[in-house]
Write a protein that binds this ligand. Structure first.
Ligand code: AMP
Length: 275
């Protein structure tokens, strides 16, 4: 496995190959692994990027406290038979004076964008840079970050970057909790309580399948499931068109049901797609 740190080297290595890119912020877990396995099904040169992108965090504390296990990540990625990893330093990506931002507009201002205003500009900027540097044929992302997937598809289309985007289903633990590097910050009580997120999402699906399409009613029932398990702060429960993210009064497919909920100092997001 090649370990590449600078842009000129990664450009050279990727220039004559069919490339599958899996962008990550490290702390490699089963969610990332599912993307790698999927990428490896196609016989291309697979490259995992690890870059904790400072400009997509809500604040400096969140950035500084983001898990950093680079040695164990390298071991895991070697064992997964990844062809190369790209681990640039911050100044390699954002040299002093860097001032360009990629803003995809309205779709990045709602839901996560409302609570974390600079987040998607940060995501869109780093993904545009990675796509421009590596020029992958394919890139792999997780449905766990549904809004991020929409932002990336939009910038890829509108900037004519020509990357084929694959979205993988959310990988969950045996209790239904979406696997995330943030789960490490949950204590036992919060971990148990976090099971209510997927339970509430499953309930929304069951209610819809029973013929209930009133989104206010469904959101209230979801809220009850969460609050009965652990009284906490819910940033949002959203039932929206899964392409435009416009909120719906009545479910009309395809619909994205998504939420963001606090457990202690940790904010978790999750979603399901009704097609
Ligand atoms: P991150 O390192 O958190 O930026 O995630 C890198 C990629 O892995 C993103 O495309 C995420 O959506 C994806 N990902 C993270 N967690 C999961 C999960 N539980 N299941 C599937 N994909 C995931």
């Amino acid at each position: 496995m090649k370990i590449i740190k600078n842009i000129s080297e990664v450009k050279k290595i990727c220039s004559d190959k069919k490339i599958a890119l899996i962008p990550t912020m490290g702390a490699i877990h089963k969610g990332h692994e599912s993307l790698i396995h999927k990428a490896q099904e196609k016989a291309s040169f697979n490259i995992v990027s690890i870059f904790v992108n400072p400009i997509q965090f809500a604040n400096n504390d969140e950035y500084i406290n983001y898990p950093n296990n680079i040695n164990s990540d390298i071991e895991k990625l070697k064992n997964l038979k990844v062809d190369a990893i790209f681990i640039p330093e911050i100044r390699e990506i954002y040299p002093l004076g860097f001032s360009t931002n990629v803003d995809v507009g309205q779709i990045s201002k709602v839901l996560e964008g409302k609570f974390r205003p600079a987040h998607f500009t940060g995501v869109a900027t780093i993904i545009t840079k990675l796509f421009s540097i590596i020029k992958p044929d394919h890139a792999y992302f997780g449905q766990k970050d549904a809004q991020q997937c929409l932002v990336i598809k939009k910038l890829n289309d509108e900037l004519n970057l020509g990357v084929k985007i694959f979205i993988n289903p959310t990988v969950r633990d045996q209790n239904g909790i979406a696997i995330s590097s943030r789960n490490k910050n949950l204590n036992k009580i919060h971990l148990k309580a976090a099971e209510s997120l997927f339970k509430s999402l499953c309930l929304s699906k069951q209610l819809f399948e029973k013929g209930i399409d009133n989104t206010k009613y469904i959101k209230d029932e979801m809220k009850k499931v969460i609050m009965q398990s652990y009284p906490t702060k819910i940033d949002y429960i959203s039932i929206a068109n899964s392409n435009t993210l416009e909120e719906l009064d009545k479910i009309a497919l395809p619909t994205l049901i998504s939420l963001a909920v606090w457990f202690g100092e940790t904010r978790l997001i999750d979603n399901i797609l009704l097609k």
